[in-house]
Design a protein around this ligand. Structure first.
Ligand code: NDP
Length: 498
């Protein structure tokens, strides 16, 4: 990468990765770029540290992780400032992001023992003479690759659960947000100074690729679907298991019996918080014909009041300079497909900012409907009824989250959405509920972070049987007799042959 100082565009100078504010170009931090050998060394060190960490047991880890959580809570304003400067995110959005991450650390620390710890499982009539034991043991070292748009919430969503499960973690933050990633590992090291249990390696995509090939025992990736394919290909070489949290193009459905004021308020927030740079952000809306006009008016009225700018505004700058071209391209594509801008439009793109834009009657084949826009833009299309809304919502390869506003049919619509998550009469709320799993289907990935499934994702099931009595019907032995086998046949017919 050449050392051209475009605000927000990271550069490498003298083996240092330098990140800058997308709003002002001010330097946010500089960090040594890791070579392939450095990445391997970090993983090797983490492996030894992981053994020590696993040896602390659930109680020792819980106590330390709760202290880390407390440190984050005490320094929430400081971390929010780093997120704000480096990514351009408004302070209030950064605070909400960190609050959610703190909640996940707390839940993972408190529940790891219950979910993953050793337990007896019931045996059945077949093999009743054995008891069953189950526990989830740590993988060892988990590599975490994170994006820039939620540089606290996304790595913590994997790292906190991996750590609680007894793994060491090596994090490769996005090149756009290395200072936030370093802040997280430094704060953890304050609480756990003994061993490098949670560390970071910095650099561009090649450092992420090196992490995939470094011998990590599991790789948790959050980022675009295109990069996810490369990550899986690299991990396939060593059969390294992967967790993929990919992109999305989440839909919101507004049914005829929806509270339109609440729907409009949630739609504007779900689509435009963090300037629309949200994997689970609302990008497409399907409103049924009978409420379409009233709903669009309410969305436009609210979105039109949002303030745009560097400090104290609702909408900050677009973090990645090249994303501005994508956003402008999607607005143009929406209009070329027959859509209309009822708020904003092509002139809303004023680098590094994009003003709120609402597009209606957009062609379903347009890039504005089919691809991630990652800007404060919404498409709102009219549908006959909720069934048509579900069909259109489910028409894309993505399937991350989604939202439904309505009463009578809301739950059944939410269940029919082809997505890993949905919120009814709210947007994005499932991300903050630590008791629920988070993840997508199709091009949005697989595997789950958060909740019990999120903890199990970072432990491998260890199944143990233990004999507790002599076998009455010996079968799994060459000592069995023809009479034993005949008895077994008789027993199975009595038990299951009805
Ligand atoms: P990218 O896919 O561009 O990058 C994600 C991470 O992968 C970065 O750290 C990047 O490093 C790294 N990387 C790049 N190339 C490789 C490679 N060949 N091998 C390994 N790692 C690599 O995504 P963005 O950072 O642009 O994030 C935005 C995307 O993330 C959106 O699609 C969004 O929807 C998705 N996302 C998904 C979430 C979810 O939970 N499902 C949550 C948040 C975002 P570098 O930055 O240095 O290039």
């Amino acid at each position: 990468m050449t050392a051209v100082h475009v605000p927000g565009l990271p550069v490498i100078e003298a083996d240092r990765l330098i990140s800058t504010s997308p709003a002002t170009g001010a330097e946010a931090g500089r960090f040594p770029v890791a070579s392939e050998a450095d990445v391997r060394q970090a993983v090797d060190r983490a492996r030894a540290a992981g053994e020590w960490w696993a040896g602390l047991g659930f109680t020792g880890r819980r106590e330390r992780m709760l202290r880390w959580r407390a440190l984050l809570a005490k320094r929430i304003e400081q971390l929010a400032e780093v997120v704000h400067v480096e990514g351009g995110k408004p302070i209030a959005d950064a605070i909400v992001e960190i609050v959610t991450a703190i909640e996940h650390i707390d839940w993972a620390a408190r529940n790891a023992s219950r979910v993953l710890g050793p337990r007896r499982v019931r045996s059945r009539l077949i093999l009743a003479e054995f008891s069953g034991h189950l526990e989830y043991q740590p993988h060892g070292v988990v590599g975490v690759i994170g994006p820039w748009n939620y540089p606290v919430f996304t790595p913590i969503g994997s790292a906190a659960y991996a750590l609680a499960a007894g793994n060491a973690v090596v994090l490769k933050p996005s090149e756009y947000t290395p200072a936030v990633g370093q802040w997280l590992v430094d704060s953890f090291a304050e609480v756990v100074p003994e061993q490098p249990v949670f560390t970071a390696v910095h650099g561009l995509g090649d450092v992420g690729a090196a992490l995939c090939r470094s011998g990590v025992d599991k790789l948790a990736f959050t980022g675009s679907t295109a990069t996810a394919r490369k990550v899986m290909a690299a991990c396939a070489e060593t059969l390294t298991p992967v967790l993929i949290e990919g992109g999305g193009k989440d839909a919101m459905i507004v049914d005829s019996d929806a509270d339109l004021d609440a729907a409009a308020e949630a739609c504007v927030w779900g689509g435009m918080t963090n300037a629309g740079q949200t994997c689970i952000g609302i990008e497409r809306v399907y409103a049924v014909d009978s409420v379409f006009d009233a709903f669009v008016d309410k969305v436009v009225a609210r979105a039109g009041q949002l303030t745009v700018g560097a400090e104290g505004s609702d909408i900050g700058p677009i973090t990645m300079p090249r994303q501005l071209d994508v956003i402008r391209g999607h607005i143009d594509a929406a209009i070329a497909s027959g859509g209309r801008a009822v708020l904003g439009g092509p002139s809303a793109v004023q680098p590094p900012y994009v003003h709120p834009t609402v597009l209606v009657d957009v062609g379903e084949e347009s890039a504005a409907v089919r691809e991630e826009t990652f800007g404060p833009t919404l498409t709102i299309n009219r549908v006959r009824d909720a069934d048509e809304a579900v069909t259109r919502a489910n028409a894309l390869p993505y399937g991350l989250g989604g939202s439904v506003f309505g009463r009578r049919r809301a739950v059944s619509i939410a269940r029919r959405l082809r997505s890993g998550m949905a919120s009814i009469n709210s947007t994005l709320t499932f991300a903050g509920m630590s008791t629920l799993p988070f993840g997508g289907v199709g091009d949005s990935g697989f595997g789950r972070i958060h909740g019990e499934d999120g903890l199990r994702e970072f432990g491998r099931a260890k199944a143990i049987t233990r004999r507790r009595a002599r076998s009455l019907l010996p079968s799994m032995t060459f000592e069995r007799t023809p009479t034993d086998v005949a008895r077994l046949v008789k027993a199975i017919k009595v038990m299951y042959g009805r």
